[in-house]
Design a protein around this ligand. Structure first.
Ligand code: GRF
Length: 217
């Protein structure tokens, strides 16, 4: 079985990267990580990648004049490193529409809310302010609009009356670490087919895990 060659893009601590590294360390997993790229030299995730023996690169966005130049540099590094697919994992740069088109249907992102609710920054603060009883996380294909695109996996997490953003974030993060490897597996196995704005999953056994209920979160 040919494994899908993925690059993971990060800007920070890289706990979702860690979850993907651990999943990909399993020889039967249908994807492998061939590159970890950060726009920040101080991203903690770079050390996680190095510890796992994965090639890393830093592309500092401040060294480029505008988004197009940064995106072009990123594109050439990803191709040079043999990437076929991209997982955004806490990557804090918006990718331009030309880049997204060039990697059409080959980019996943994880967002810490039940999209389409609470897009953008501070999703936990947004959820608490809205008084919703449930939150969660979403793994979706990337479109040019922020936090938009066909949804592959979501997990639901309860919000407790005494929650603050930090406690909620920690609970959601545990769910993120289960969802991202599952979503990548479904995509890499060709079991997540994009149909317009939606993803249609086949009925293979592992697909049952695509909605994780509150009790398990
Ligand atoms: C996660 O909450 C992810 O959903 C969001 O950014 C955070 C990254 O955390 N996009 P980590 O770097 O993976 O620990």
């Amino acid at each position: 079985m040919a494994r899908l060659k993925c690059a993971v893009l990060i800007s920070g601590r890289g706990s979702n990267l860690q979850a993907l590294l651990e999943a990909c360390a399993e020889p039967a997993f249908p994807a492998e990580i061939v590159a970890v790229v950060s726009n920040r030299a101080d991203a903690g995730g770079l050390e996680r990648a190095s510890a796992a023996g994965i090639a890393t690169r830093v592309i500092d966005h401040r060294e480029y004049e505008g988004r197009d130049a940064f995106d072009a540099a990123l594109d050439s590094v990803l191709r040079e490193m043999g990437s076929e697919f991209i997982c955004l994992a806490g990557f804090m740069r918006l990718l331009g529409s030309a880049f997204v088109a060039a990697w059409s249907d080959r980019i996943l992102n994880i967002h810490p809310s039940l999209l389409p609710a609470f897009k953008g920054l501070d999703s936990h603060e947004q959820a608490l302010a809205a008084g919703v009883r449930l939150s969660g996380c979403t793994v979706h294909f990337v479109r040019a609009e922020l936090d938009d695109g066909p949804i592959v996996v979501q997990a639901v997490v309860p919000i407790h009356p005494d929650d603050n953003a930090e406690r909620l974030a920690a609970r959601v993060l545990e769910a993120e670490h289960r969802c991202y490897p599952l979503a990548l597996r479904l995509v890499a196995e060709g079991r997540a087919r994009i149909d317009g704005a939606r993803v249609v999953l086949d009925d293979a056994p592992g697909a049952k895990g695509v909605m994780i209920n509150p009790e398990s979160g």
